[in-house]
Each structure stands twice: as C-alpha cells, then as structure tokens.
Design a protein around this ligand. Structure first.
Ligand SMILES: Cc1cc2nc3c(=O)[nH]c(=O)nc-3n(C[C@H](O)[C@H](O)[C@H](O)COP(=O)(O)OP(=O)(O)OC[C@H]3O[C@@H](n4cnc5c(N)ncnc54)[C@H](O)[C@@H]3O)c2cc1C
Length: 419
C-alpha cells in the first residue's frame, strides 16, 4: 500500500497532548498530521482542571484568548477531614505570572487548538481516523497505517508520536515495556449545579474515614464531583441503587444533597474512572516517542494529567523541530526524544509520588492513622514555608524554572485566528 500522506511528524491522538504538540510544531514550520479516531471533541468527564503552569503555557501560546467565558479561575483550595478544615491555600499568595489553576472543559480547549492549527500550512487534522498499525523499516518506526472514512491508507513520517492516551495502542504495538500500577480505588464523576452556599472559586477536598470526594467548581455554575469507590466496586454499588450515591454525598457534602438528588437520578448520569498509573521506562525508540497519558498515566489528584500532557507537548516541539532539519536527522531525532524524556521524567515522577502519597492518606480508615493524617495536614497548614514548598513543587515548577532559564514556546503568528 503506497503512503497516501507524507509529513515530517505524525501524531496519533488529538487530545491535549497531541493537538498542543501539532500546533507548536506547525508554528515552527514543521509539517504535521494528527489522526484522531473521534469525529468530534465533545468528550465529557475528561481532565478539565488546568494547572497554573499550563495556564501560563496556553496564555503564551495565545490559546486562552476567546475562551475566557468558558473558563473559571480556582482561587482557593480547602481540605476538610472529618468535617473540620485541616488545610487551606489561597493561590493569590503565590507571586507568579499565572498563580491560579483554571477549569476549562476539554471540548473548547481542543477546538481552539485545532482552529489555531488550521490556520497554518503545515498542520493537518484527520478526524474519524484510527491508527491501526505501525509501519517499520527494520527496527525504525516510519509511520502508521490508518483507517478513515474512505478506507485504509498509510502515513509516512520521520517521527511518529503516540499521544493516544491512557490505553495507548501505539505503545502496545511499539514493544516499549510499561508497567501498569492499579490503585486500590476507582473514581466516579458527575456534575451538579453549584449550591448557593459555595463560592465558585474554591476547590474542595472532603475526607471522612477512608472515603473522599473532590468538589471542583466549573462552568457554567456547576460543581464537578468525583468520589472514590473500591477497586472494581461499581457493579456492587450500582446494585444498591442510586440512593447509595446520594447517601455517600450526604456524608461528604450535605450542602449538595438537593442538587445531587435532582441531577443524578440514575447511575448513567455518572462516569467511572479506572484509576491506575503507568510507568514506562523508555519513552522512545527509533522513529517513535510517547507523550501525555501514553507515556505516564496519572491519577486525578490535584488535576495533573492535562498539565503534564501540555508541558510534554511544548517541550517535545522545542526539541524535535531543530532535529528534523539536521543533516543526521534520524540520529538527531533519537537524541531529541531521549532528551525529552530526561527533561520530563523528574517532574512527572514528583507529581506521581505526591499523588500516591495523597491517595494512601485518603485511604486510611483506622482511628489512629486517621488522627495522624489530620495532624499532618494541620502541620502543613500551620507552616507557610512548608505549604508553599509543597504547592510550588506541583503547581509552579515551569514558571519557577523560567526565571532561571527562559522556556521557549513557538512564536504566535501576528494575525492569530479568531477563535
Ligand atoms: C474521568 C476523568 C477525569 C479526569 N479529570 C482530570 C482533571 O480534572 N484534571 C486533569 O489534569 N486530568 C484529568 N484527567 C486526565 C486527563 O483527561 C488526561 O490526563 C489528559 O486528557 C491526557 O491527555 P492526552 O492528550 O495524553 O490523552 P487523551 O486526552 O486521552 O487523548 C488521547 C486521544 O487519542 C485518541 N486515540 C486513541 N487511540 C487512537 C488511535 N488508535 N487512533 C487515533 N486516535 C486515537 C482518543 O480518541 C483521544 O482523543 C481525567 C481523566 C478522566 C478519564
């Protein structure tokens, strides 16, 4: 089968990682084709919390212009354990260019990235197109075979990027080893109208014994609610009827009782997230690199999945664009993709470690460990320097590093698309 499409880079997956990468590459005059199996971006219950560093990147990329009405700024975080507030953080206290996390549903974000890309000659997005196999020449990946609305075809590319998410088929086909680490609990998500007694800018974590819930204000005047269930326990919970969910909410957030009863009348109003993390020792092989969830699936704690997907994309584009023009292109791409992993592995590992520590703390149930957990949160809360260090490490590493070594994003075209 002849290669019907040629590009310098082929990206599999039009999520936050894939589309940010494609836009950043096209702005650096690289020809890039994105294949996305879905025809539309209207996916629900995906990462919507954008960490401050990614807000900063998207701002510099000119993506947030025109999206303001679809975003909501998180100003505070509050953790409550056994009904008492044990930790409070006000993001205004952090002196950074972009101190606040933001809630931005994925559909408008992805539409904006795609619309900006569509203005550039090197950018091509093929929707309703699934990558079904990898093309190889000896041990080098040379592109993908795809199935689109008009049948099968091949895409030849100097670099193929797996941005196909937490269940990455490309990672599977590539032979790159990975280890999936299931966590002890899964998560159920739903959205309800925000009660009047809650302001629209506080990210709430409520813990009671071994149960916890995340309550994240989002647009328009809603709260995105996630709560833990035992691993694989959804079937059993569903068998108890939706009343079991209502009771769980009464326990964690009585302010929401009326809203939950009105908005969640069957379990199909909810979405289940199987929580696991994936550790991939090598993120690349000749001709191929993994980014975003395909390289490092994270958990929902502190909303880091989209953040690391977007940061991966910005770093990879900066490293790969010059390598594509090098005389020893294959070797230069190999160096660029290895360097990419070197730069990104440590921040991802730090986020994962903090998430796992939190997850373990949330799962404690015996009285003494629960008491110690409360004391630990209070200790952090009472020490401003400690709290700052922990939060800055997760929310501002890019902005802090930029003060020492400026972080490049591709120049924004002077007449950006009106999105
Ligand atoms: C319920 C839920 C809630 C979450 N909440 C948060 C949150 O609040 N904050 C946060 O930061 N993160 C959250 N996450 C995680 C976040 O959604 C992901 O980390 C983020 O979307 C990863 O981006 P990505 O581009 O790597 O992958 P994805 O967003 O998964 O995108 C992968 C894309 O690849 C496409 N694809 C897959 N296979 C193929 C193929 N063979 N051919 C073509 N296309 C393909 C898919 O259709 C998809 O569009 C949540 C995830 C879930 C599921």
């Amino acid at each position: 089968m002849a290669a019907a499409v040629q590009a310098q880079v082929c990206v599999v997956g039009g999520g936050p990682a894939g589309l940010t990468l494609a836009l950043e590459l096209a702005r650096r005059s690289v020809s890039v084709v994105v294949v996305e199996q879905s025809g539309r971006f209207d996916r629900s219950f995906r990462g919507e919390s954008i960490s401050p560093d990614s807000v900063w990147l998207l701002e510099r990329m000119g993506i947030l212009k025109g999206l303001r009405e679809q975003t909501l700024t998180t100003r505070r975080m509050e953790i409550t354990d056994q009904g008492r507030v044990v930790l409070r953080a006000d993001f205004a206290d952090y002196d950074r260019a972009c101190p606040f996390p933001m809630e931005l549903p994925q559909p408008p974000l992805l539409e904006a990235l795609a619309a900006q890309g569509a203005q550039l000659p090197g950018f091509r997005l093929l929707r309703r197109t699934t990558a079904t196999a990898l093309l190889r020449e000896e041990s080098t990946i040379t592109g993908v075979r795809c199935k689109g609305p008009d049948g099968e075809f091949e895409i030849a590319a100097a670099l193929t990027v797996a941005a196909d998410g937490r269940f990455s088929k490309i990672r599977e086909m590539s032979g790159l080893r990975y280890e999936k680490q299931p966590l002890e609990r899964d998560f159920v998500w739903f959205k309800v109208p925000r009660p009047e007694v809650w302001d629209g800018h506080t990210y709430r974590v409520r813990i009671r014994g071994a149960r916890h819930g995340l309550f994240i204000p989002t647009v328009p005047d809603l709260v995105r609610v996630g709560f833990n269930i035992p691993k694989g326990g959804l079937k059993e919970l569903r068998a108890q009827g939706v009343g079991a969910l209502h009771a769980r909410m009464d326990e964690l957030a009585p302010e929401l009782s009326a809203q939950v009863r009105a908005a969640v009348t069957t379990w199909s109003d909810t979405s289940m997230l199987d929580i696991f993390t994936t550790v991939v020792p090598r993120w690349s092989r000749p001709g191929l690199v993994l980014i975003g969830d395909a390289a490092h699936t994270l958990t929902p704690v502190l909303g880091q999945g989209v953040n690391h997907a977007i940061t991966d994309a910005a770093v990879l584009a900066r490293l790969v664009a010059p390598a594509l023009g090098a005389q020893d292109r294959a070797a230069a791409l190999g160096r660029a993709t290895r360097r990419f992993q070197q730069e990104r592995e440590a921040p991802v590992a730090r986020a994962r470690a903090l998430q796992l520590r939190q997850e373990r703390a949330f799962a404690l149930s015996a009285p003494l460990p629960v008491l110690l957990r409360r004391c630990a949160y209070r200790l952090v809360n009472a020490s401003a320097p400690l709290k700052r260090r922990i939060l800055a490490g997760i929310y501002y590493p890019l902005q802090d590093a930029d003060r020492i070594r400026p972080f490049d994003v591709a120049p924004v075209p002077s007449t950006p698309a009106g999105v």
